[in-house]
Design a protein around this ligand. Structure first.
Ligand code: UD1
Length: 372
């Protein structure tokens, strides 16, 4: 093949979950002779444990450019990314820009590309919580509507896109690339020895993650959630703390009432392999993350979602996940029910997986080369 005939594919990432869900796509793109691959990092996440660690664990190449945008208000962060991305796209002249997920980096990438008349492909298209107060819902809806090709994780996501008037030919039911990543890395995650390091016994602890603005930026909600978790004294809860949450907990002095929360063990954000292993062996997961709801499902660990809505309604319909918002009674009731159940994991193992067959990345690249 003539070098000039190859397709220049630019993938834009910026935040922790995007690195994970992109890893299988990056590896697949690197295998394709028809593709010149360009990886761009916006720098939305910049701490070692929020970004760099995953490049090592997932064997990823260095980005061709890191825009170093960092934190800021939504408009500032998204605007600054767009200004920098415009220069990058003009310099590197991609034939297509790919954006995964629903972060500010996703929206900035999609908007900048479409305004430069570069076709956009969106990975994880059609996920909907129908809650426009969530920045992620705004990001994914707008991104879907300026994309040329849309890759859906589930049949439900395809239906949502069709309901919003997106043409059938633009949509590909690919399955979820986070599932591809999990299948590839679960073996390696066994070697982390994280349970031993943390002195944990399988199914005798829970994992908690919390970072969404609708929880951590509203003091009453954050306090309600911790009040409920603090009352679950018989349950050891491992809590890898997101930087946003650490700032809020410190300013509200929530974890300072030590005696009440001795069973909640705060740790730094973990690597991907350690997190997979902790999730697999946990009795239950408390989370407001989108990605962790799916990982809990794949690893057959019951999930309690600390939100009022979720974009992964499939997991709720299958009885693997329950929405409790920040309501203390609901949180406690859901946890106690799981604590009493002996065969929670065995039941989840029997469920049908609506998120594809673990070959989403291959399907995405095939479709792009056929249609791009
Ligand atoms: C972002 C995404 C969210 C995703 C999450 C995963 C948006 C709107 N949200 O939220 O969809 O689930 O990432 O983590 O894009 N911070 C650090 N160090 C870092 C990164 C962030 O200290 O490496 C601090 C910043 O100072 C900032 C706060 O954390 O105040 C939040 O960072 P932000 O980029 O707004 O996104 P997340 O809350 O992480």
């Amino acid at each position: 093949m003539n070098r000039d005939e190859r397709m220049k594919l630019m993938l834009i990432i910026g935040a922790r979950p995007q690195i994970i869900k992109s890893a299988p796509i990056i590896h697949e793109a690197q295998k394709r002779k028809e593709i010149v691959f360009q990886l761009v990092h916006t720098g939305q996440h910049y701490d070692f444990e929020m970004s760099k660690i995953f490049f090592g664990e997932l064997d990823l190449p260095d980005p061709v450019v890191n825009l170093g945008v960092g934190s800021g208000t939504h408009a500032f962060q998204t605007g600054k990314m767009m200004i920098e991305l415009e220069k990058t796209i003009e310099n590197l002249k991609p034939d297509m820009v790919m954006v995964p997920g629903d972060t500010n980096s996703t929206l900035a990438g999609a908007l900048t590309a479409v305004k430069l008349q570069v076709p956009v492909s969106h990975v994880e298209a059609g996920a909907r919580s129908y809650d426009m107060r969530m920045p992620e819902e705004v990001n994914r809806r707008l991104t879907d509507h300026c994309s040329t090709l849309l890759f859906a994780s589930t049949r439900n996501c395809v239906e949502k896109l069709r309901e919003e008037g997106i043409e059938k030919q633009q949509i590909k039911l690919s399955g979820d690339t986070m599932y591809d990543a999990l299948l590839e890395h679960i073996g390696r995650s066994e070697k982390t020895g994280i349970l031993k390091k943390m002195n944990l016994q399988s199914e005798e602890y829970a994992v908690l993650t919390l970072h969404r603005p609708e929880n951590v930026d509203i003091p009453e909600r954050l306090e309600r959630i911790f009040k409920a978790l603090a009352s679950l004294r018989n349950l050891l809860i491992v809590f890898p703390v997101h930087p946003r949450t650490r700032q809020r907990l410190e300013s509200l002095k929530i974890m300072q009432q030590k005696a009440a929360v001795e069973h909640i063990k705060l740790v730094e954000p973990l690597g991907y392999h350690e997190m997979l292993q902790l999730t697999k062996h946990a009795k239950m997961i408390f989370t407001d993350s989108g990605g962790l709801q799916k990982e809990a499902f794949w690893l057959h660990t019951p999930c309690i979602t600390l939100r009022d809505t979720t974009e992964w309604t499939e997991t709720i319909a299958l009885g693997a996940n329950v929405l409790v918002g920040s309501n203390p009674q609901k949180i406690i009731r859901a946890a106690e029910k799981i604590m009493k159940t002996k065969k929670g994991k065995a039941r989840l193992q029997k469920l049908k997986n609506p998120f594809g067959d673990g070959h989403a990345s291959k399907k995405i690249l095939d479709f792009i080369l056929k249609r791009g």
